[in-house]
Design a protein around this ligand. Structure first.
Ligand code: GRF
Length: 206
């Protein structure tokens, strides 16, 4: 189920989930501040309390919290319990669309099923090429001359859901992982807000 069709009068309520510095989050918040949009960020969640990106939400008065993994010995139970906490926070904030933006945890099918169609991710490669946590390293090792980013709905697989949009980025001959990462992030910061605009106003049919 896709999110409801929203407008700038009744914007879609987004949660942005991050793990790190949140440059993508900042770009989205700036975009939303610039003029009325059909989506607004009402919640920022991280999987640790020290994720730098939380400050970007807090300094704008947006409810922002780190939810660390609970202290449970069994790995599977720990993951599920963590996702219950995240799910509870999303419901409490009446979130309508979950935006993964550098969230470095693989979500369980249990969580994905609850948010299916209302859960989007950005991945720094042209999927299906280079899924997983090391997209830039894998692109460089493969001798790719073009990479980019992909925005997709999240399904039960890893970086495998329906592709909504992609942007290409040139790989230059002596690029390091961080050169390529920074060049791709610039494009991500433009593409993600645009795709969210389109998703919020019912511009995709799946
Ligand atoms: C982005 O490149 C995104 O594609 C990937 O993680 C990075 C997040 O960077 N999933 P930041 O935390 O937004 O700076």
């Amino acid at each position: 189920m896709l999110p409801r069709v929203a407008s700038s009068d009744e914007p879609l309520r987004l949660a942005v989930l991050i793990s790190g510095g949140g440059s993508g989050l900042t770009a989205l918040l700036r975009y939303q501040e610039a003029e009325p949009r059909a989506h607004q960020t009402v919640l920022v969640l991280a999987d640790s309390t020290d994720a730098g990106g939380l400050d970007h939400g807090l300094e704008r008065g947006i409810q922002s919290a780190g939810i660390p993994l609970p202290d449970i010995a069994d790995r599977v139970e720990r993951r599920l319990a963590h996702e219950e906490l995240v799910h509870g926070a999303l419901l409490a904030a009446e979130v309508e669309l979950v935006v993964l933006s550098g969230y470095m945890r693989i979500l369980t099918p249990n969580f994905v099923r609850r948010w299916k169609g209302r859960l989007v991710n950005i991945h720094p490669s042209l999927l299906p090429k280079y899924p997983g946590a090391h997209a830039h390293r894998d692109a460089l090792a493969d001798g790719a001359t073009v990479s980019g980013c992909t925005i997709h709905l999240v399904d039960e697989g890893v970086d495998s859901g329906l592709i909504l949009a992609q942007s290409e980025v040139e790989v230059k001959p002596n690029d390091s992982v961080s050169d390529l990462q920074e060049r791709i992030k610039k494009v991500e910061h433009v593409l993600y807000p645009e795709v969210l605009d389109r998703l919020a106003v019912g511009g995709f049919s799946v």
